[in-house]
Design a protein around this ligand. Structure first.
Ligand SMILES: C[S@@+](CC[C@H](N)C(=O)[O-])C[C@H]1O[C@@H](n2cnc3c(N)ncnc32)[C@H](O)[C@@H]1O
Length: 336
């Protein structure tokens, strides 16, 4: 693992840092090939993996060796490879907590645009080939996006439910809640709770299929719409998760104003994003903010202070914040 550490104070460290995109691409490629899935039942030799994954063979032992050096695979004494503990837990498709869907989305959507970061920084313009609206009409691309969003909300439900403990609420609305991955987690903990997702109409089939899979169709509904054009449905708790960072400051204010109008009196709006300035190390969140530069017209991460001020302006009587999961900050806005 030590080979991954970069020391920005030495030439060797700077070369290492400058080449870290190669390490990232090796991981993303292994995920795309489903290498970790292929090793889920036990170790395999290089030749067995070549056959199983339908690969050429040239470069394969270097590729596997690099993944082992990065701590993703282990090499047994007989030379066979197996998944390292973390990779086995988090990169085998279908396992709870798997982040392979997110990494596949990163490979498809983010890796190419990072090649154009120079242009983005020079011009301030997004660099994605198509915009989000274009992807909405491509079911395969949209399916990939939906799985990527599942990865971003994995495990957040328990923490949000804990924050709401002691508060009486019967309905929850996830605005921009995609196919309902977070909603499913919130409902799993509360028998009497009903849930709604408000999202673009193209998400509706993904939502119904997923709610049926979770056995939650009877307690959930989908509201198709555009949150800049349509009012949000009323609910005791409204979630705006990884939404505000897609938009500029004026649009963020518009969405907070709308959430304030829609939430029940005495209700709560939960805002979470990879806000800046609240973590000891902001590296991950600064990268997330550059992602927004590359793929949105006006989005970017913002500080908890910025959104607190905007929430107060919207009318919320109490606004507090706290860390959420590894990188997010949660802002809890209460309506008096
Ligand atoms: C970055 S994802 C956030 C997903 C999830 N809430 C999370 O916490 O990760 C943004 C979501 O907002 C939805 N969205 C984007 N523009 C929208 C609009 N104008 N009206 C309603 N939903 C929209 C997208 O379809 C997507 O599901």
């Amino acid at each position: 693992m030590s080979s991954t550490a970069a020391d920005a104070g030495t030439a060797a460290g700077l070369l290492r840092l400058g080449n870290q995109f190669c390490d990232a691409k090796a991981l993303l490629t292994a995920v795309r090939l489903d290498l970790f899935g292929a090793l889920q039942h036990g170790p395999a030799s290089t030749e067995e993996l070549r056959q199983r994954l339908g690969l050429h063979g040239r470069g394969l032992s270097d590729f596997l060796g690099l993944l082992a050096a990065l701590g993703l695979l282990c090499r047994d004494a007989d030379g066979r490879f197996r998944n390292a503990e973390g990779a086995d837990r988090c990169l085998v498709p279908g396992r709870p907590g798997c982040v392979a869907g997110f990494l596949t989305g990163a490979d498809v959507n983010l890796y190419p645009v990072y090649g154009r970061l120079t242009d983005a920084v020079r011009t301030g313009k997004p660099q994605a080939d198509g915009d989000f609206t274009g992807m909405l009409d491509d079911p395969e691309a949209l399916g990939g996006f939906v799985r990527m969003m599942d990865g971003l909300t994995q495990g957040l439900g328990g923490e949000l439910s804990a924050v709401l403990e002691g508060i009486e609420y019967h309905s929850v609305l996830d605005a921009g809640g995609c196919r309902g991955h977070l909603l499913g987690q919130l409902l799993a903990d509360h028998d009497g709770l009903t849930g709604q997702v408000f999202d673009l109409p193209q998400m509706e089939p993904f939502f119904h299929a997923y709610m049926a899979e979770l056995g939650l169709s009877g307690r959930t509904s989908f509201h198709p719409g555009d949150f800049f054009r349509d009012p949000l449905p009323q609910a005791d708790v409204i979630v705006l998760g990884h939404i505000l960072h897609d938009w500029d400051a004026a649009q963020r204010q518009e969405l907070l104003d709308k959430a304030y109008r829609a939430v029940s009196p005495g209700g709560t709006v939960l805002v979470y994003d990879r806000m800046l300035g609240r973590r000891a190390d902001d590296t991950e969140n600064l990268v997330a903010s550059l992602n927004m530069l590359l793929v949105t017209e006006g989005g970017g991460e913002y500080s908890a202070e910025d959104v607190t001020e905007q929430a107060r302006r919207a009318g919320f009587s109490s606004v507090t914040d706290r860390p959420l999961a590894d990188f997010d900050t949660l802002v809890i806005c209460r309506k008096g």
